[in-house]
Write a protein that binds this ligand. Structure first.
Ligand code: 5AD
Ligand code: SF4
Length: 468
């Protein structure tokens, strides 16, 4: 396939030159063994970005530690989706002031989605003078340059350009895992759900060329990865507006054709773009996990309209039915927001009834958090925080009951499980089913990375099984 070059840029060669210069400077300033601590908040896209930050830091001679107080370079890769996550970051930035008293040469960088917002950059500029760099989401690949400049005495660095439209391929990468890995297929979001900050901090939707994705997937399989998660804010709009003529179901089939024993997962799917073509591809592709994360956010059509979600309860339930017709054992998960501005208890009851009807395997539930600059932040929000807290707990209890019933129904059934974590409990392996349910079972360490058939024997707070 011909690669259209206008949207693909490679990691700029001058960044390798800066990286070499940082390597030399860092040794002078920090000693033989400079140490970096990269702390990641938020979603899998941030986890994936952090793996690139670590790749570049590795190139610059840094090794990694978990303890920020002992690091020469601290990088907070932040999330802006909810206020709570932002508050934690401000708290942690505050503490670095004490570390810097003891280790004045330490460099602190605040990166990611928070760093992309004007109000955050201004607050840091005014109130946190010891933050060395604030780097937005689309200048990530210039870390060597910024570090070089700061280490050679430049002023504090604030870089937050958005929508340069290029996807930078080949940024150095140091993956955290050896079995489970992330594979971004697209960046940004065009949907502008009224509560969500993502389109403002991650820019417009951009899809990677399928050849680049396939190349990376093949490399991951060759390196022994057994569980590959394709990442995008809305994977179902993969390829929109691109001239390569491959949509997401096509891409799934192409990755499924790569030889090897591995699993393909993906997230996140927006219900408005989830098609029968996708469900058919999921059914047909033996390597694609039978798990669909399909956030519905609210069960009330009135609230869905206010959220600008562009589907309704009926169409959502239609998709669930179509998925289950094709894959009777499919595992379904979702995101829900409780207490969107103007939501009443009646609206909330529509959410509870949808949860009870679908019986999700698990849910990610959030209390609405107003994000400055989004349309919802300007909407009237009469329900009190306490009231929303009561609704939220009601939802948790409803889901807890369903999850217990689901798990008990697993007893006696056999699942194909990837052995992915050994020794959390002595002599036990933890593994994941195709539906992403976690199971503990007795196994030897040598089984790590293998797929085995496990029969579920018990459920307490965890599924317990035995290899058959
Ligand atoms: N408040 C609460 N939850 C939010 N999410 C996104 N924005 C907000 C917000 N302002 C949730 C949605 C989304 C998930 C990643 O985070 O449920 O699907
Ligand atoms: Fe936010 Fe909606 Fe885009 Fe998801 S689809 S990132 S909720 S705007």
């Amino acid at each position: 396939m011909q690669i259209s070059l206008e949207k693909i840029s490679l990691f700029p060669p001058e960044q390798y030159v800066y990286a070499e210069q940082v390597r030399a400077l860092a040794k002078d300033i920090f000693g033989e063994n400079p140490k970096a601590c990269v702390v990641t908040y938020g979603c899998q896209q941030n986890v994936s970005d952090s793996e690139h930050y670590k790749g570049m830091l590795s190139l610059m001679g840094f090794s990694f530690i978990d303890e920020p107080s002992e690091a020469d370079f601290i990088l907070y890769n932040t999330c802006a989706v909810r206020g709570h996550a932002e508050d934690r970051v401000y708290g942690n930035i505050g503490v670095v002031k004490n570390y810097k008293r003891k280790r004045p040469n330490t460099i602190l960088a605040v990166c990611g989605c928070m760093a992309q917002q004007d109000i955050v950059a201004e607050r840091i500029r005014k109130s946190y003078p010891y933050v060395d760099m604030v780097l937005g989401t689309q200048v990530q690949h210039r870390l060597p340059e910024f570090l070089y400049k700061r280490l050679s005495g430049s002023n504090r660095i604030f870089e937050r350009q958005l929508d340069n439209a290029d996807i930078i391929e080949d940024i150095p990468l140091s993956r955290d895992g050896r079995l489970k890995g992330w594979l971004p297929i697209m960046y940004g979001c065009n949907n502008f759900c009224t509560y969500c900050i993502v389109p403002y901090v991650r820019g417009r939707e951009r899809s990677r060329h399928p050849d680049m994705i396939l190349k990376e997937a093949r490399e991951m399989v060759a390196a022994g990865f057994k569980d590959i998660t394709l990442l995008g804010q809305n994977v179902n709009s993969y390829g929109n507006g691109c001239d390569f003529g491959v949509d997401f179901p096509d891409l799934l089939r192409m990755i499924n054709d790569i030889p090897g024993d591995f699993r393909i997962r993906f997230m996140t799917s927006h219900p408005k773009d989830c098609t029968i073509k996708l469900l058919d591809a999921m059914r047909d592709c033996e390597k694609v996990a039978k798990h669909l994360h399909l956030p519905f956010q609210s069960g009330s059509d009135r609230i869905l309209k206010l959220m600008n979600r562009k589907y309704n309860r009926e169409t959502y339930l239609g998709l669930i039915k179509a998925a289950r017709e094709r894959m009777p054992d499919i595992s379904l998960t979702s995101d829900i927001i409780v207490g969107f501005p103007g939501e009443t208890y009646e609206d909330f009851c529509d959410t509870i009834s949808l949860v009870n009807e679908v019986k999700f395997s698990s849910l990610f539930t959030f209390i609405y958090s107003a994000r400055t600059g989004t349309p919802a932040a300007a909407m009237e929000d009469p329900a009190s925080r306490e009231e929303k807290g009561i609704w939220f707990r009601e939802l948790l209890l409803a889901q807890e009951k369903i999850a217990k019933e689901n798990s008990k129904n697993f007893i006696g059934k056999t699942f194909r499980v990837l052995c992915d974590d050994f020794g959390k409990k002595e002599g036990y392996m933890s593994g994941h089913t195709s539906g992403n349910c976690s199971v503990d079972f007795k196994a030897k360490k040598e089984m790590l990375g293998k797929f085995v058939d496990v029969k579920i024997t018990d459920y307490t707070n965890m599924l317990i099984g035995e290899i058959i």
